[in-house]
Design a protein around this ligand. Sequence first.
Ligand SMILES: Nc1ncnc2c1ncn2[C@@H]1O[C@H](COP(=O)(O)OP(=O)(O)OP(=O)(O)O)[C@@H](O)[C@H]1O
Ligand SMILES: [Mg+2]
Length: 326
Amino acid sequence: MSLFGIKNGLKQYLPGHQQQANGKDQMQRFDKTNQLADNEELFELTHVGPYEIVAPIGSGGMGTVYKAIDRANDRTIAIKVLDRRYDLDWKRRKRDYLGREILIAASLNHPCIIKMHKDIIIQEDVNGHKRRCLLMEYIDGHDLKKHITDRDLTLKQMIDLSIKLCEGLDFLHQHGIVHRDVKPSNFLFSRDGSTVKIVDFGLSKSNASWRTRWMMKESGGTRLYMSPEQLRKRSLDQRSDIFSFGITLYELFAGQHPCEGPDTKNIVRQILSSNYKFKPPSAHNSEVVPILDKIILKALRRKLERRYQSCTEMLLDLSRLGGSRI
Ligand SMILES: Nc1ncnc2c1ncn2[C@@H]1O[C@H](COP(=O)(O)OP(=O)(O)OP(=O)(O)O)[C@@H](O)[C@H]1O
Ligand SMILES: [Mg+2]
């Protein structure tokens, strides 16, 4: 989403454009190039604790991610400001395991897993609402969506990347974390492509049922990556992530989603229906070798017991492929 789009999106948080008039908070204003804008526009926050908000990066199902400056440590960080609905319902908040999840997430150390801060900062926004903010390592780069759209990776690069991501997911699963939102926008790359990081795993298990309910309503496309059991709101284990990873890999290698329905509703129907057969990725990209077709289609099996049972198992197959001469 362009910065411009994000700014428009942020207006939903700012019924108080009048906030500017009452001068409650002095806000920073940026245009598309992060410069002070002529047609001044407000952010929902100027700072989070000691961190200065620089610019919005994008919005998703849970809130908005901002680039921010940590002056004390002379570094840039990313802050996810959770949507207000995460604080509205106190009953819901009581049942919210987010804090615990973040604590687990922050304790993880793996080169393919984003570094999270263990504390959730509560910061008042321009409208006086207390917002929960998650701090994490900032990745100066782009997400996997870009490579899927630009088709700028060689087959070898795609395989190496799949192996790294599978290792990262395997690591999460071995630490008892089911991601629940595996999709291209949650895989981030550094500008030079040397590092790839999985994000948003800590948010995954928190209040699974209502998060899923919200995710189902999102227009951001999360449903396009959900496993059949997740769409049916059944209980989930790591095999659900494997299905979502299968869709992500399908898009990466084939350049398109495995379902061809005209809209999300139809695609969801196709994901759920065992009568809908996924074409092998090689039907769309002739470079894809038969073993790779098999790996991706095995991740996409609707019956849980016929799917890969673990990322370790999938990784073994992917690694064999990585080692072969392609
Ligand atoms: N740590 C980070 N560093 C840099 N960019 C980030 C970081 N975390 C997220 N982003 C980017 O910010 C944008 C918004 O992320 P966000 O997670 O809110 O949305 P999403 O991934 O589309 O949806 P979801 O809420 O389901 O994860 C995405 O384009 C993502 O690539
Ligand atoms: Mg995300």
